[in-house]
Write a protein that binds this ligand. Structure first.
Ligand SMILES: Nc1ncnc2c1ncn2[C@@H]1O[C@H](COP(=O)(O)OP(=O)(O)OP(=O)(O)O)[C@@H](O)[C@H]1O
Ligand SMILES: [Zn+2]
Length: 468
């Protein structure tokens, strides 16, 4: 049987040209080689799996190539290039600093550095994860880094630039590698798929690219995983199932519910998501991103920030047209707040449900705001459900006060509470909530904010709650 090689290794780029998404950087490196302006030390920084080691290897090969091509690439045909490609060149040394981080390891390397190459011009030392070197190893290395022999080039690579000592930084030319965009990743996956005779829906590759979050190695590993799951035909559905990703469809539907003020449907949808085995934080993080994507999809200027495939982009644009801007801002804020307080919340499900209720109510508030009025008759319930459901919701909201969430706008009138009708309304809607006597408020002209200070916990009736 033919040996199986993972795609990340099989499709490692072998020329600067074929490196995806790092064009500015590879051009600079190529120019430096063509004009013979080589530095002694380079620092490649950036996220995992975006091509640092790959570029270091291409660089090593190119500076040793015996006949560069017209556009400054290694020829991949000369003796030196072939040796590199077959991984038997003596001019490249890779040290993984994560596992060889002692002074002795570095001393060994420093010893080696003095010996000139037997064939070719340069010896290249690639030190991966250089931030893992111990402090004494760093010091042992410093002298060599400052005045290396003419034939030596160091390429240090790291994912954590901030951990590199300033003394090292100042001796290196620094190259910052980008996360690779979803679009570029999808294109590369397309290329790999076509080479492997695999058919793949663009939307499916899009989900893989999003999941990889800018790392090409991750994207290729996920791709391999999906291929072994599906055989040779990658569909959107199969990727969603295999990667346990929440379908976009949920968020589009949910947003439609919000726009139509359908609270119950939104809560049922959330229940459905939980039943499918997704957790609340997953769901709410996705919801914040959905609102963010709607926001950037609304304006042609920000549209390039929407990293999705063409058909889903179209759906974002359509839905964005239906969403008023203030709604999107506030929905983003509410869902993000929920995301932030999720970890510490005692009742996570309730927290998400409340957020959904609040977002669904935003559209009604928007109507008031858009008419340039402050929400009038703020205590008038905005719910469209029967009375019992309204009460439960109001109670949910008041209970939420215990977790320091702001009351929704329609429950915070700016008029004094002594207004008899409003007082009666609160009484009616929340009969078992302990309210202060009305008279006291009438005389002191107490405002609703003071009243809120006195809402008592339903469970611990004697405990006073303080807000802000
Ligand atoms: N820019 C890219 N273009 C094409 N393929 C890439 C790119 N970046 C990474 N890859 C793929 O991912 C694999 C790993 O990349 P590489 O080892 O260069 O990443 P790295 O940035 O050095 O990551 P790490 O910091 O984890 O060592 C490569 O073999 C290649 O298949
Ligand atoms: Zn060559």
């Amino acid at each position: 049987m033919e040996n199986y090689i993972v795609s990340a290794r099989k499709y490692r780029p072998s020329t600067f040209e074929s490196v995806v998404g790092q064009r500015a950087l590879t051009t600079t490196l190529k120019n430096a080689i063509a004009t013979h302006k080589l530095a002694h030390a380079y620092l490649f920084c950036g996220p995992r799996g975006v091509g640092k080691t790959t570029c270091a290897r291409i660089f090593a090969k190119t500076i040793n190539c015996l006949s560069l091509t017209a556009d400054g690439e290694a020829c991949n045909a000369c003796e030196s290039c072939v040796a590199f490609n077959e991984q038997r060149s003596y001019n490249i040394h890779e040290l993984d600093a994560a596992s060889n981080n002692s002074v002795d390891d570095i001393r060994q390397l420093v010893e080696q550095v003095r010996i000139p190459p037997q064939i070719g011009k340069y010896k290249v030392y690639i030190i991966d994860e250089v931030h893992m070197l111990s402090a004494s190893a760093f010091n042992a290395f410093l002298k060599t880094l400052e005045e290396p022999p003419r034939h030596a080039v160091f390429i240090l690579a790291t994912t954590e630039k901030h951990k590199i000592l300033p003394t090292i930084l100042s001796r290196c030319q620094i190259y910052d590698f980008n996360r690779i965009s979803v679009e570029d990743t999808v294109e590369h996956l397309m290329y790999v798929a076509s080479k492997e005779n695999i058919t793949a829906e663009p939307e499916a590759l899009n989900v893989i690219a999003m999941k990889a979050d800018g790392g090409m190695r991750d994207a290729l590993s996920i791709f391999d995983q999906v291929v072994s799951f599906t055989g040779g035909n990658i569909t959107y559905k199969s990727v969603i199932d295999n990667l346990n990703v929440l379908d976009y469809e949920y968020y589009f539907r949910l947003t439609d519910y919000f726009l139509e003020n359908k609270v119950s449907e939104a809560l049922l949808l959330f229940n459905d998501v939980l039943n499918k085995g997704f957790d609340g934080t997953h769901f709410i993080t996705g919801l914040s991103s959905h609102f963010r994507d709607l926001l950037v999809g609304k304006d042609p200027v920000t549209l390039p920030l929407l990293e999705v495939g063409a058909s889903i982009r179209q759906r974002y644009q359509e839905q964005a047209q239906k969403c008023p801007l203030p709604f999107l801002y506030r929905a983003m804020k509410l869902s993000n707040d929920c995301d932030l307080s999720f970890r510490t919340s005692k009742n996570k499900r309730l927290l998400v449900e409340l957020t959904l209720i609040q977002i669904a109510q935003l559209t009604t508030e928007e109507d008031d705001v858009s008419h340039g009025r402050r929400p009038k008759q703020a205590l008038k319930p905005v719910f469209t459900q029967p009375a019992a459901a309204q009460q439960t919701q109001l109670r949910l909201i008041c209970r939420n006060r215990l977790f320091n969430q702001p009351l929704p706008l329609h429950l915070c009138p700016s008029k004094p509470l002594h207004h008899p009708t409003k007082y009666r309304q609160i009484r009616l809607q929340l009969p078992d909530l302990r309210l202060p006597k009305r008279g006291r408020y009438r005389s002191s002209k107490c405002r609703i904010s003071e009243f809120r200070l006195r809402i008592l916990s339903e469970r611990k009736k004697s405990r006073k709650i303080r807000f802000g």
